[in-house]
Design a protein. Structure first.
Ligand code: NAD
Length: 337
């Protein structure tokens, strides 16, 4: 049973903890937080041992009536692997701690690529992370792009990817990002960081990305044009994408016209927190003009990286190969709509 530490118990960390608990070969050794809040309360309610991420703040937890097991260093020392889900940039400063205890670490996409030996997407390069010490699960958007690029590249070959990413302004709980009412080219320069980030997974793919931020919290939406190496039929592309467990082709008959209904659908099918772990691709948007493929996909920023973290845990510990790990993660989480 792999003992997994989770340092940073916010949007990503709490979802990773629940996904770890659902695995037959993993257990949550504990979660570390900087301060008491509703997430610390629910961590304790769920039975996750709570650790203080900043040792001299432990008494703040006691004042809030929460018992901590000890400092985060104790958790890192006891665990087989640590998932760092702290805010962007903090993961890099935690690296020394993980090295001190020789605990392999998984970082998130908010960190620069050079924090890790490998940038990771299970569908695309699982094998590169086997037995690596430091692995970065790429961001929600890069995960979404990589899952789509992998089958297209393997089956047809890719000449060029052009993607426009319409990004949510903040997560639903990120009240500090609002109130907002604007549409920002973000960044206004081209390319956005997403294209170079995709190249950490696919070094040879020619990709240009442009980003915008809009006053929405539900999901990101990508508008894609992929020039393939040969002319393809849209129906064949749909069949290819439908075979991928982490791609959900939204059937035309569902009458889902945007992120609002997608999230409603996730709630209706009983997804925890209304999570959508899969890329959500509108089937009727998948169109071709000769070698050019077009489509729209929505990406649930809070959850698509969660199964990737589970697979990264198995990769760094050498616990399973890609096919075994992905199948187990998909089955235990109920991935595949
Ligand atoms: P978050 O702010 O929701 O959660 C971060 C948690 O870490 C909070 O509980 C915070 O209190 C805690 N924390 C702060 N400093 C800490 C420290 N020094 N040690 C331990 N814990 C500390 O952030 P998030 O959205 O979960 O993002 C975490 C990482 O995941 C970032 O790299 C982010 O870029 C990446 N990511 C976020 C999203 C998203 O949409 N939210 C999607 C993909 C990847």
């Amino acid at each position: 049973m792999l003992q997994v530490a989770i340092n940073g118990y916010g949007t990503i960390g709490k979802r990773v903890a629940d996904a770890v608990r659902a695995q037959p070969d993993m257990a949550v050794a504990g979660v570390a937080k900087t301060r008491p809040n509703f997430e610390a309360e629910t961590a304790v309610e769920r039975g996750y041992p709570l650790y203080a991420a900043v040792a001299d703040r432990a008494e703040r937890f006691a004042e809030a009536g929460l018992e901590v097991e000890g400092p985060v260093a104790d958790l890192v020392a006891a665990a087989d692997v640590v998932v760092d889900a702290t805010p962007s940039g903090i993961g890099a400063s935690n690296k020394e701690l993980y090295q001190e205890y020789d605990t392999p670490a998984i970082y998130q996409g908010g960190e620069d690529a050079d924090v890790a030996d490998v940038s990771f997407n299970a569908r695309s390069n699982y094998a590169d992370a086997i037995d690596a010490e430091h692995v970065r699960v790429v961001s929600c958007n890069t995960t979404g792009l990589s899952r789509l690029i992998a089958p297209l590249s393997e089956t047809y070959g890719i000449e060029k990817v052009r993607a426009t990413l319409v990004r949510r302004g903040g997560d639903p709980g990120q009240t500090s990002r609002g109130p907002i009412n604007d549409i920002l080219p973000d960044p206004v320069t081209i390319p956005s960081h997403h294209g170079p980030d995709v190249n950490t997974i696919f070094p040879d793919v020619d990709i240009d990305t442009m980003g915008l931020k809009v006053p929405a919290t539900l999901m990101h939406t990508h508008s894609l044009n992929v020039t393939l190496e040969s002319a393809v039929d849209a129906a064949d592309v749909r069949d290819l994408l439908a075979e991928e467990d982490r791609l959900f082709l939204i059937p035309e008959t569902f009458d889902i016209d945007g992120a609002g209904k997608l999230k409603e659908y996730a709630d209706d099918v009983g997804r925890p927190r209304g999570d959508l772990w899969e890329n959500c691709i509108w089937a009727e948007s998948v169109s071709t003009e000769g070698r050019d493929l077009y489509c729209f996909q929505a990406i649930h920023q809070e959850s698509d990286v969660v199964p990737e973290n589970i697979d990264a845990i198995r990769a760094v510990t050498g616990a399973a190969d890609a096919a075994e790990s992905v199948a187990r993660t998909n089955e235990t989480m109920g991935i595949g709509l």
